[in-house]
Ligand binder design. Structure first.
Ligand code: ADP
Ligand code: MG
Length: 293
């Protein structure tokens, strides 16, 4: 969560006037007029986005619009063809040691016998931790940290089971623990809720929000439907063919803003339970996926 919205957060100390530390904190992500090409075609252009430390940001938009491609750009796996991108104050790719990443659609077949805690441990890397020998202080520190992140995601009860025997929600928690183990400042999560049922979506959303809050980690989460995370979000980026709109959910998820973005009439309805429904033409769809009528 945005430290401004959560004044109890440690990172909320008043910024020194014009101080460099404040500038670093203010810009975990900065995109200015960014454009990207894949397969010879421009996927999006003119993308402007600033994300501050400890914010929880959702990236929304129809399938194929370029959300996963945005994550590839942030990791330095794909260059932008226009504009500037800074990630944790550096060009993309340079700060990957401080980024945790959960790729899209990861799950383990029921035949996978590796224990959950060993999957979590795979998130450690040689550069920071050395090759953990099965004894000695580094091994003990690694084991302590594995236990700590497993506890942070509430997976202690099943972390010693083969991961293939864990439910989708349990596997997702263990993968989030793996992404957290190196104490990242930025967590990139590509549709982490998409394989979960509604109660597990709500639980995972609350967990990720709590991690954002207590660890001060900036979260960028690609989501198919904004509703399970809406209450936790500081900012959304709505992507459409060609461009993107960024701002607070109240600023961006409006009929006027989405009509302009999608260049087709869009209405945003609020159901009695508070859920948002985007209606494009006469076809309602979940908020992440306007259906063109
Ligand atoms: N390496 C590539 N070469 C050509 N086209 C690609 C490549 N990677 C992705 N694409 C295309 O770019 C578009 C956006 O992909 P992606 O970022 O995965 O979308 P999203 O995550 O929003 O569903 C898709 O049409 C996809 O087929
Ligand atoms: Mg994708």
């Amino acid at each position: 969560m945005n430290p401004v919205a959560r004044p109890q957060h440690a990172a909320d100390a008043p910024a020194p006037p014009g101080g460099g530390a404040a500038a670093d904190r203010a810009a975990v992500l900065e995109l200015r007029g960014a454009a990207v090409r894949v397969g010879g075609a421009t996927l999006w252009r003119g993308v402007d986005l600033t994300v501050g430390a400890g914010e929880f940001v959702a990236v929304l938009g129809p399938n194929g619009v370029g959300k996963t491609t945005l994550i590839k750009v942030l990791l330095g796996l794909l260059p932008v063809t226009e504009g500037q991108v800074r990630v944790l104050g550096q060009p993309p790719g340079r700060a990957n040691q401080r980024i945790g990443y959960l790729p899209q659609r990861r799950s383990f077949d029921s035949s996978v016998r590796i224990r959950g805690s060993d999957v979590v441990r795979l998130g450690l890397d040689g550069g920071r931790w050395g090759i953990p020998l099965p004894f000695g202080p580094r091994h003990r520190e690694a084991t302590r940290r594995v236990g700590e992140v497993i506890s942070m995601v509430g997976a202690t009860g099943y972390a010693n089971r083969p991961i293939g025997e864990c439910s989708g929600g349990e596997q997702q928690r263990l993968l989030i623990a793996q992404a957290l183990i190196r104490r990242p400042r930025l967590l990139l999560l590509d549709e982490p809720l998409d394989s979960l049922d509604l109660p597990n979506q709500a639980a995972a959303a609350a967990l990720i929000s709590r991690i954002c809050d207590t660890e001060g980690v900036t979260i960028v989460m690609i989501a198919h439907d904004v509703n399970p995370i809406l209450a936790h979000l500081d900012r959304v980026v709505y992507m459409a063919a060609g461009g993107a709109a960024a701002g607070t959910p109240a600023e961006v998820i409006t009929g006027e803003r989405l009509t302009r973005l999608f260049q087709t009439p869009v209405e945003v309805l609020r159901a009695s339970d508070g859920r948002l429904v985007v209606v494009a033409g006469r076809h309602p769809g979940p908020v992440g996926v306007p259906v063109h009528g």
